[in-house]
Design a protein around this ligand. Sequence first.
Ligand SMILES: [Zn+2]
Length: 319
Amino acid sequence: MRPPSRWLFGFVAGVAGALICALAFAPYVYAELSPVLEPHTIVDPARPPLAAGAMVDDYWAVQRLDTDTYAIGEPRYYQQNYAYLILGQRRALLFDAGSGTRDIGPIVGRLTRLPVTLVVSHLHFDHLGGVGPFASVAMIDLPQTRADVGGGRFRPGRYQYLGLVDGRSAPTLTVAEWLKPDATIDLGGRALRVLSTPGHTPSSVSLYDPATHRLFAGDYIYPTTLYAFLPGASLSAYHATARRLLADLPADTILWTAHCCRAGEKISAPWLAMNDLRDLDVALSAHEAGRLKGSGFYPIRFPVSRQMTLATGFAWNNR
Ligand SMILES: [Zn+2]
């Protein structure tokens, strides 16, 4: 038998090297391949079945949570994002800009005449994509967000924005206000606390409204599948955030989240309660102890509760 040629050896070594790289950088490889791995229609042509709120312009689901708080959903968008419009007496805060599939500006303009400041829960395209109409953007003041500023303009990195999933390029914007973690945003008669809540991404933000015991939680937690496997996600940060929120927030806090829908329910602004946060804390502890059985290759899905599944990368990713 002839010994294998150098070419064959080189080919095998090359394939093995590529495989090791793919496993080592799985979150980035997954993000790059996701348009092929998960093809999807961006906008569902069917009329969505709403459990609360009303359809406006055949695209937006507008739901009034109280006289000064609105949820603005995109139920036909494949990720079913919800943004929140929070009104004070002097100014309004829009928490998340939506995906940018449709211009959210006119719908916000119909709901309030107050000057609007945009705060995004994190930098992913489905939350920052609709930034276009907003001149006043406030950003969490962290080293990683400051690092995105060049020449006075802010632009998220490729794997911070992840617009490649839908073929969208990252916007460039001016940050009007930097928000330190634990800072208070005064809207006039209503103050919100800025919480740094890493886990889904390192610069994720939640807003706490102490007057109503509401936490606007972005993608830190929501019903359905929690994404803890994309670039920047961290399970240890997820766990530390869960424990801090459980220690700091009142037991009757309602968590208003950014992706629909609750298990077994039709479309409405997706909410969870503190017991759901406790379920996540318990699941993360079990995962750390190796007691949680997952399924699938990448991402690996772990059961959390009836409302949630936790999707993670390999053991060496997203630690
Ligand atoms: Zn999202």
